[in-house]
Design a protein around this ligand. Structure first.
Ligand code: BGC
Length: 758
């Protein structure tokens, strides 16, 4: 502590030194002005700061000053806001006004697993540790807003950004997003939940104009955002690029004012996506607070430091100065931003954080281990038996390729990255010989915005040569592990580009098919954030969904493959048997209305798309159409077995004010420790509007030692029984019969019990 004569009080040196340095105006008053006094209610501080600001200072607060920062009010000692991507690690520093690297040497982070993997853990505790750890990394890097997490619903497996989201189910995403936000914000760093809303594809992402029923909007696409606001208390939210009902999401009245502010009472900041703002008046009146990444509004693209030309910059100031609009909206925006500043950059309660710590690495590893999904395990090929294996062959580019660079804005400069091959080699040590063959060549160079993995995986051999080598080494191996999938390069799980095909690229299907012919112990590890076609599914005994797992990818995969950890991840989305089994594709409105696509000539032409499949997304569609998925939502095997006992219920009928509790006993009947996710789906037997066959409304992950049993209780209330009525514009719960379904996946139903709502 130091004695601070300027304000005549004992000050804690930490974070408060700035008080001594700000303007003489403050000193003259000889006491803390209200806006600097953290003991005063926030709204008083907001109003006080607002009353001291000039018009120009207010305008400046509403738009960026650099690629990732917005100004504070330097005259008043109100600090800047620094944002960072998000959502899998802290983005390396770029130049002030360029996307290229600033070349700092202190900005390498821990890369955490992609959010699909986090969601696949079905473990809210993992989500909290994820948020806490990434929040600490953000804080150490002096960032105030973390641009994540993303919760857009997985509508098609072709969406290039699904890996940054939390799957197809609104309930799962809602449960998983909340602890992430809380963990981040405990550090005095705002989460910025994105991309609000309906950003369900990357193709034409700036020009797609989504139409859908209110029912689908409220039941499928909004719940995770609502949970982020109402339960997570997120301090900021990012508008999406696409349009909804003809208005860009970043200044969409319905989304931002009617729903976000009026219905959900959001008191945080609406941040535009980078370049998502298109119109000054809409931005002013429709609820955008803080504009980032715009082009230069009439100036030629690439003009330097064009921030004053942003839609919410000079054009806004001019309208006010000319008396054409008032300052009511401006004061609202500035109040929201000041509130955020008090919560983050100006808070003395925030942590100091930490970056690249071993603890964060271990959090990442644990999440990865819990999120890896064992899709298939015929003949119990897995786990690899190291007591018996002498030769283990590893094949495929994804065994050696670093995956933390690439994919768009979530690309990272990781402090380290353990590839699958290295992870396996480290774990296996001298217990067996590990032989590697390339098998196929995908994308040899890893680079994004100037960050390079340093790997050059160029290989000039032909596909036939690569295949021949793989088959030769695989023939006499005890196990063959193929690491393939996608790789975050263009069209292979990448921002701004959807996938072009459901198939695996780069000749992989052929390599896998041929490997299966020469070795019966073939394990395919699919690294992706999306479902892929698996025409060889019946020929390959073991299949693992490996996601993008970050810094500790290799160690986590190795622990699961050799059985140090029994897999417990469950799919957060359906693997359809074919693309036509996805509603969006079956009904033909992906990537947009066919006529619009045919007639669009210029970039910027709006492409309408109607979500004809409505509320029937993912397993809801498969259930309705009676389609058998390749692997269902919620599916994931273990090395042990679980027996589901009798299902009991605390009452047979409930009123709307009551809850109902289901209890089931789960026993580990296998030989190793494992975790099971008990899933509760609700089926409405009769309703005035069509309803999905069943919907996830509860789940719990339980850890059990061999022989151990535990009672799992799941409680629901009327919310789990209700649907959104478009006509009445409200959630409706109708009396009648319901069924509670306890399941190990959307198709592996264990127990059912009927109950009634009176
Ligand atoms: C992405 C956002 C990201 C922003 C800043 C945009 O292109 O859509 O998710 O946070 O860039 O990098």
């Amino acid at each position: 502590e130091i004695s601070c004569s300027l304000v005549g009080s004992e000050m804690c040196i930490r974070d408060r030194l700035f008080v001594c340095m700000i303007s003489s105006e403050v000193g003259a008053q000889n006491q803390l002005p209200v806006y600097l006094d953290e003991s005063r209610p926030t709204e008083e501080r907001v109003n006080d700061a607002l009353s001291r600001m000039t018009l120009e200072e207010k305008i400046a607060l509403c738009h960026a000053q650099s690629k990732f920062s917005s100004p504070g009010v330097s005259r008043l000692g109100i600090p800047e806001l620094w944002t960072t991507d998000g959502p899998h690690g802290i983005r390396p520093e770029v130049l002030w006004d360029e996307w290229e690297q600033a070349g700092w040497t202190n900005d390498s982070c821990i890369a955490f697993p992609a959010l699909t993997c986090l969601s696949a853990t079905w473990n809210p505790e993992m989500s909290y540790f994820y948020g806490k750890s990434i929040g600490e990394e953000a804080r150490y890097r002096k960032k105030n807003i973390l641009l994540g997490p993303g919760v857009n619903i997985y509508r098609t497996p072709l969406n290039g950004r699904n890996f940054e989201y939390m799957g197809e189910d609104p309930y799962l995403a809602s449960v998983m997003v909340v602890p992430y936000i809380k963990g981040v914000q405990e550090n005095g760093v705002a989460a910025c939940v994105k991309h609000y809303a309906l950003n369900n594809q990357e193709f034409n992402r700036h020009t797609t104009n989504v139409h859908l029923s209110d029912r689908a909007l409220y039941e499928i696409y909004l719940p995770a955002f609502k949970a982020a606001v109402k339960k997570g208390g997120t301090w900021s939210i990012m508008g999406a690029y696409n349009l909804y009902q003809g208005e860009h999401s970043c200044h969409n009245k319905r989304l931002l004012k009617d729903i976000l502010r009026d219905e959900w009472e959001f008191d945080g900041v609406v941040v535009s996506d980078w370049g998502g703002t298109h119109d000054t008046k809409q931005a002013i009146f429709n609820g955008l607070d803080l504009e980032f990444g715009s082009w230069t509004n009439g100036l030629s693209a690439g003009t330097k430091n064009a921030y004053d030309s942003y839609y919410l910059a000079y054009p806004y100031l001019k309208l006010i100065k000319e008396g054409r609009i008032g300052i009511k909206e401006l004061d609202e925006k500035v109040s929201n931003i000041l509130r955020l500043i008090f919560r983050t950059s100006m808070s003395t309660l925030k942590t100091f954080g930490s970056l690249g710590s071993p603890e964060h690495g271990q959090v990442g590893r644990k999440i990865a281990e819990e999120g890896i999904v064992l899709l298939q395990n015929k003949n119990n090929v897995l786990p690899i038996n190291l007591d018996k294996a002498e030769k283990i062959v590893v094949i495929g580019e994804n065994a050696i390729k670093m995956m933390t660079v690439g994919g768009g804005s979530s690309s990272l400069k990781a402090k380290y990255e353990i590839t699958p091959l290295v992870g396996l080699e480290k774990r296996i040590g001298l217990q067996a010989e590990v032989v590697y063959a390339r098998g196929y060549v995908g994308e040899p160079i890893g680079e994004y915005n100037g960050v390079k993995t340093g790997q050059n995986l160029n290989d000039d051999r032909t596909e036939d040569e690569l295949l021949a080598e793989a088959l030769t080494v695989a023939k006499d191996a005890d196990y063959v592990i193929f690491f393939g999938g996608l790789n975050k390069s263009e069209h292979q799980d990448c921002e701004d580009r959807d996938r072009k095909q459901f198939d695996l690229p780069y000749n992989q299907n052929k390599v896998i098919t041929e490997l299966a012919k020469v070795n019966k112990n073939l394990i395919v590890v699919n690294i992706s954030g999306n479902a892929v076609d698996m025409p060889w599914v019946n020929d390959v005994p073991a299949i693992v969904q490996g996601w993008y797992l970050g810094s500790e990818a290799g160690s986590a995969l190795a622990s699961v493959l050799v059985g140090d950890v029994s897999p417990s991840g469950k799919l957060p989305f359906t693997f359809p048997a074919k693309l036509e089994h996805v509603g969006a594709h079956a009904l033909g409105e992906y990537p947009g209305n066919k006529e619009d696509l045919a007639h669009s000539k210029n970039w910027g032409d709006t492409i309408n798309t109607t979500y004809h499949e409505d509320i029937f997304v993912g397993y809801r569609w498969a259930d309705k159409e009676k389609l058998t998925p390749l692997f269902p939502f919620g599916h994931g095997l273990s090395y042990t077995k679980f027996a589901y006992g009798k299902l009991s219920v605390d009452k047979r009928s409930m009123t709307v004010d009551e809850t109902i509790t289901f209890t089931i006993c789960i026993k580990n009947t296998g030989t190793c420790e494992g975790q099971e996710v008990v899933q509760l789906y609700i089926s409405d037997k009769k309703s005035s509007l069509p309803r999905p066959v069943k919907e996830l409304k509860g789940f719990k992950k339980v850890r059990l030692a061999p022989g151990e049993e535990k009672e799992v209780t799941l409680t629901i209330d009327k919310e789990a029984l209700s649907f959104f009525d478009d006509v009445r514009h409200e959630w409706v719960v109708e009396p009648g019969d319901f069924e509670a379904i306890i399941a190990a996946s959307a198709t592996d139903i264990k127990k059912k019990v009927k109950f009634a709502l009176k």
